[in-house]
Design a protein around this ligand. Structure first.
Ligand code: UFG
Length: 341
């Protein structure tokens, strides 16, 4: 089975390509390399021994996307990651987000429909739940007013996919991720933020590496045990494996509805200080940090109820927080060496 992975040179995409190849799928990557590098294709090939096919173009280009589907008539399914994902940037440049994230989805779904490719796994986010009323968050929790244009693009994308399922034989699994961190055990692929990282884990590893002077901890007055915000951190390899499981469910015809939703998290929430402590424990290093004001738009606490994914998909996140932070550190050391060379 040939599978298109859009955004396949990105962080979650590259880990998913590895898992797909190791499960026997043939992968075609489409990525415009706006936030990743073509070297990732080599790294994937080093891990799996199989070089995925790679096409560089922007899915927001409708005619190029249409041409792509004509060029690859054997595609059986699509996993769609390609999107911009910086929450803060989406607030200052909303049109970039609506254009990139929604034009690409529309072109993709159009191309799939025109070429009778009806299986889609979509990369959604727990941001659709906003500040949840109840914890842990199950799939039936209400979708709340988005806190950023980025979050809104995920909500609108889910609605576009829903509506398409109603009028065709299109099938979709929407995966709502919590906070992916960590890197592949080979330390050949991982997260590579451009410039100053927005996210906690790469900021911690860059601080340990001496690239950043100290970590800013955004808020210590939340209603949580240690006052810092809580998230459900999930190892990116566990997350990647869930995509293979979801795809297999779809291809085996096991879906109960044309459109299914799964939360992908561990079910355990950790505070910012918990993550720092884990990093310090596994590396023996100290992370200098300063407590700052809350970051605007941040949710206080959110973690998943992964029961549906556990029971229906038969998937469970296996890796611990310490494994996540240690793998992130191993990857940071490789990246820093590469950047210095
Ligand atoms: N944080 C810090 N200092 C930093 C960076 C982050 O204290 O330098 C804190 C944040 O305030 C937050 C926690 O660490 O409390 C996690 O922040 P991240 O930026 O790592 O992750 P977010 O939960 O804000 O966002 C992530 C992804 C989004 C996705 C969202 C879903 O980056 O793409 O999860 O909730 F939409």
């Amino acid at each position: 089975m040939q599978v298109l992975v859009t955004g396949g040179t990105g962080y979650i995409g590259s880990h998913t390509v590895v898992e797909l190849q190791q499960s026997g799928f043939e992968v075609v990557i489409v990525d415009d390399l706006s936030n990743s590098s073509a070297d990732v294709v080599d790294s994937i090939a080093s891990i799996t021994g199989i070089r995925p096919q790679f096409e560089k173009f922007d899915l927001a280009d409708g005619s190029r996307t249409h041409q792509f589907f004509s060029d690859y008539p054997d595609l059986g399914a699509v996993i769609h990651f390609a999107a911009c994902k910086a929450v803060g940037e989406s607030v200052t440049n909303p049109l970039k987000y609506y254009r990139n994230n929604l034009f690409s989805l529309i072109n993709l779904v159009r191309g799939m429909t025109d070429h009778q490719v009806s299986n889609l796994v979509f990369s959604s986010s727990c941001t659709v739940y906003g500040n949840p009323d109840q914890l842990p968050v199950g799939e039936n929790a209400p979708v709340k007013q988005a806190l950023s244009p980025y979050g809104n693009t995920k909500q609108i994308a889910e609605e576009i996919i829903d509506d398409q399922c109603k009028v065709s034989s299109f099938r979709a699994i929407l995966l709502r991720y919590f906070n992916p961190i960590g890197a592949h055990e080979s330390a050949l692929i991982g997260e590579q933020p451009l410039g100053v990282p927005n996210n906690l884990m790469p900021y911690i590893t860059q601080t340990a590496m001496g690239i950043r002077d100290h970590l800013n901890v955004f808020g210590s007055d939340y209603h949580t045990p240690d006052g810092t915000a809580i998230r459900d951190y999930i190892h990116v390899v566990d997350l990647a494996k869930a995509h293979v499981t979801a795809l297999e469910r779809m291809l085996k015809g096991e879906m109960k509805e044309q459109r299914e939703i799964f939360n992908l998290g561990t079910g355990t929430g950790y505070s910012v200080l918990d993550v720092i402590r884990s990093f310090e424990r596994v590396t023996g290093m100290k992370i200098p940090y300063r407590i700052m004001d809350r970051r605007p738009g941040d949710v206080e606490q959110v973690w998943a109820d992964p029961k549906k994914a556990n029971e229906v998909l038969g998937w469970k996140a296996m890796r611990t927080l310490d494994e996540m932070t240690l793998s992130a550190w191993k990857w940071e050391q490789v990246v820093s060496r590469k950047n210095k060379a």
